[in-house]
Design a protein around this ligand. Structure first.
Ligand SMILES: *Cc1c(COP(=O)(O)O)cnc(C)c1O
Length: 437
């Protein structure tokens, strides 16, 4: 299968090239040239398959031409060593919990898959493949844990000193093995600048194999379709879809998760309606309502993983629906919530239904509550465990109400190891060149 750029100004590339490069040469995002549909019969039987089996079938539709079946299945099963269960919140609203992976957020799925795919394509090279990732917190932990122990790959996580939470920092500084944390005297933007400069540095690229693990990478993006199919299967298995149609709400920032859901629907997954749930960063909400897309700087909210003012995957959504506003606005309904509303939702859902949402999931829940009509059943993506946002959630529901899961507690107990570095590029470059290759 070939991958084209959403900017359509550069030749199509192979899967391997799309994964290694991340971004197309014309700065567009890669899209698969074909989206293959399942036969309707697949959905009649889907409830008999496990999550991993369903994901393998979905993966085959994307990657089946490029990776041998047994290998692909191995990659999928190895990625999904945790469940993404569908949990009842009310009679008509269910939570698709995507936080049972190593770092307790949905990005684990894509990061783990990408690590294994990269290892498949590059793992047997003579040279080590160096993954450089700049993080303001969560991406670093998902990538580091996704790539942990993967042969032939070394990960450098660059993060701004003193600007990530202790829990976040512990998730990428305590791992050891093939993960190195670089604590930069500077801001997130400085970290990003170092990484971007390194990718453009010819001398460095002649000596080292460098790649990124950006969230726009097709190997991180497409596997996010897996859990939509599984949610459908598990609800069908429980008899919930016998006389009701499915509505899916996705708390959205860069819109990768939602776009993967839209692709699942293009593959035939019976979803009646998608909802994009936003915080006050609402440029897509505005687009859906007015037809005008006006990116602007993000504002800080308590659902901070959705604080995005120019969502990168919006280009994929426009591409998918040929830039037709009416089509996009039909496929996606938009909702947005203020911090105050998000707090109210967390409290209400906790008090009335004994379910603890994180600030992102709360947007998803409320949009379903606002949208659903009688013959529909709703699922929202619960994108992170509430313990990742303990401070915010406990100011709402009360101190001591959020249990620290075993996995997070274990990170906190680990020994922090990081290398100190200035934000000057020559220092970073010298450091990389001095490393064993
Ligand atoms: C990354 C993230 C999001 C946003 O997902 P997109 O795919 O960027 O829209 C939402 N919630 C949490 C917890 C996240 O980490």
């Amino acid at each position: 299968m070939k991958y084209y750029s959403t900017n359509k100004n550069t030749p199509d590339v192979s899967l391997k090239e799309a994964v290694v490069k991340g971004l197309a040469a014309d700065n567009g995002l890669f899209m698969p040239e074909r989206i293959e549909k399942f036969e309707p019969a697949f959905f009649d039987q889907i409830q008999n398959l496990s999550f991993q089996e369903i994901a393998s079938e979905v993966a085959k539709k994307f990657f089946g031409e490029d990776i041998e079946e047994a290998k692909l299945k191995e990659i999928v099963f190895d990625t999904l060593q945790f469940d993404c269960p569908v949990v009842k919140v009310t009679d008509s609203i269910y939570s698709l919990e995507l936080f049972h992976g190593p770092t307790l957020a949905f990005k684990d799925v894509g990061a783990r898959f990408m690590a294994r795919l990269l290892n498949h394509f590059l793992g047997k090279q003579e040279k080590l493949v160096n993954v450089l990732v700049a993080t303001s917190g969560d991406t670093g932990s998902a990538v580091a844990n996704g790539f942990l122990g993967v042969d032939g790959i070394h990960v450098y996580v660059l993060y701004p000193k003193g600007k990530v939470s202790d829990i976040q920092e512990s998730q990428f500084t305590t791992l050891g093995q093939n993960i190195t944390a670089l604590e930069i005297e500077g801001t997130f933007d400085d970290c990003q600048h170092l990484v971007k400069t390194a990718f453009l540095d010819d001398e460095l690229n002649k000596k080292l194999v460098l790649t990124s693990a950006n969230s726009i990478n097709v190997a991180r993006f497409l596997p996010q379709a897996f859990y939509y199919f599984n949610a459908y299967a598990r609800l069908k298995e429980a008899g919930k879809l016998d006389d009701k149609q499915l509505v899916v709400s996705v708390p959205s920032g860069n819109f990768g998760n939602l776009t993967a859901g839209l692709i699942a629907a293009e593959m035939g997954l019976p979803v009646k309606q998608f909802i994009a749930a936003n915080n006050e960063n609402d440029v897509v909400f505005e687009y859906l309502n007015t037809g005008e897309y006006k990116p602007r700087p993000s504002v800080e909210t308590i659902a901070n993983a959705m604080d995005v003012g120019a969502p990168s995957n919006f280009a994929r959504i426009l591409d998918l629906y040929k830039n037709e506003h009416a089509v996009v606005a039909g496929k996606i309904k938009g909702y947005r919530y203020s911090d105050e509303e998000i707090r109210e939702v967390i409290l209400k859902v906790y008090n009335e239904h004994n379910y603890l949402c994180d600030p992102h999931g709360a947007c998803g829940y409320q949009s379903l509550s606002d949208y659903l009509s009688e013959n529909e059943i709703g699922v929202f993506l619960e994108t992170a465990h509430p313990a990742k946002f303990t401070e915010t959630v406990e100011t709402v529901v009360g101190k001591g109400k959020v249990e620290l899961p075993e996995k997070l507690a274990a990170f906190m107990k680990g020994e922090k190891k990081s290398e100190q570095m200035t934000k000057e590029y020559p220092d970073f470059k010298r450091y990389l060149l001095d490393r064993p290759i």
